[in-house]
Design a protein around this ligand. Structure first.
Ligand SMILES: NC(=O)c1ccc[n+]([C@@H]2O[C@H](COP(=O)([O-])OP(=O)(O)OC[C@H]3O[C@@H](n4cnc5c(N)ncnc54)[C@H](OP(=O)(O)O)[C@@H]3O)[C@@H](O)[C@H]2O)c1
Length: 292
């Protein structure tokens, strides 16, 4: 292996420790406990598990958590009213609406209702708009791309002036990751399902952020020697040696890529743990904005 492994688990734990220390300091000073409210509509087991792990993280870091759950047939008016109530509640620092919501609901409308000072997921059009504008700062950066950039910076990867290729253009990962890299003065190419020469484009990259949800699609010979590879993908593949019958792999063929790259994140244990750590960081920031 030539690449330096970027240990997301370790770096996420450092972020969590820093957040916990700040939370303890604020509460000792008599300030309100930073508190995250999650909104879950429906009964998707994966969404329920994500919401539960966010609540658990809050407790571990000394933060408050409120978990709101509406039935799958909740009306737009009920969801809107809940978000408005949480907006008005001074005991709530951040609001996270778990996506996807049932298809009869207008997600964009719900996200746009979240008070910008409580938008800890960073998905409101106002925060994304600010991220996209030169010289403007969003109040919150979406957690997974925030984690990707944090991993690069913590590992000493130079972003300014680098050629970066982002694979994927989703609202939650690819696009905000590309905007963040531009903001940090990288030259960025965004690839998607209609990109013609994916391997040739990736070969130009000093930094690769892969977020396409395609099992081990990025091969070792796509990678420029020494490049930094951030693998966001989470894909389950069958594995008879595991109790669950499956294991998780990324969008990058790790075995090949680690022999060529300069830096690489593993899956699991790379970007995954960073997402919740950055959500906790954003929730603390929300509390700081609302009660300096
Ligand atoms: N670690 C974490 O915490 C975390 C968080 C979020 C997501 N993820 C993982 O990250 C991956 C991406 O998630 P997402 O929500 O961004 O996915 P998504 O919404 O499905 O977007 C996938 C993107 O990849 C592009 N794409 C798909 N197949 C492609 C191909 N063969 N060649 C080139 N581009 C292709 C799509 O292009 P088009 O736009 O043209 O359709 C789209 O822009 C998934 O594996 C997901 O599980 C991980």
């Amino acid at each position: 292996m030539t690449a330096q492994l970027i240990d997301g688990k370790l770096i996420a734990q450092q972020v969590r420790d820093e957040v916990a220390a700040m939370v303890a300091k604020r509460t000792a000073a008599g300030k309100r406990k930073p508190t995250l409210a999650t909104v879950l509509v429906g009964d998707r087991p994966d969404s329920a598990a994500y919401v539960a792990s966010k609540g658990k993280a809050c407790q571990e870091l000394g933060m408050g958590s409120i978990s709101e759950h509406l039935p799958a047939n909740a009306s737009q008016e009920e969801v809107d009213a809940l978000v408005k109530r949480l907006n008005a509640d001074k005991g709530v620092s951040g609001i996270l609406v778990q996506l996807p919501m049932p298809s009869h609901l207008d997600e964009e409308r719900v996200l746009s209702l979240i008070n910008i000072e409580k938008d800890v997921d960073g998905f409101s059009p106002l925060n994304i708009g600010r991220l996209a504008q030169k010289g403007r700062e969003p109040l919150f950066v979406p957690c997974t791309p925030f984690g990707c950039i944090y991993l690069l910076e913590k590992s000493g990867v130079k972003i300014e002036g680098a050629n970066a290729v982002v694979l994927g253009r989703s609202n939650i990962v690819g696009m905000p990751a590309a905007l963040l890299l531009i903001g940090k003065n990288a030259t960025v190419t965004v690839c998607h399902s209609r990109t013609k020469d994916l391997p040739g484009t990736v070969r130009q990259a000093d930094i690769i952020i892969a977020a396409i949800g395609r099992t081990e699609m990025v091969r070792g010979d796509w990678i420029k020697p020494g490049a930094a590879v951030i693998d966001v993908g989470i894909n389950a593949v069958p594995d008879a040696t595991k109790k669950s019958g499956q294991r998780l792999v990324g969008d990058v063929n790790f075995a090949e890529a680690k022999e060529v790259a300069g830096f690489i994140t593993p899956v699991p244990g790379g970007v995954g743990p960073m997402t919740i750590a950055m959500l906790m960081k954003n929730t603390l920031r929300a509390a700081e904005i609302q009660e300096p």
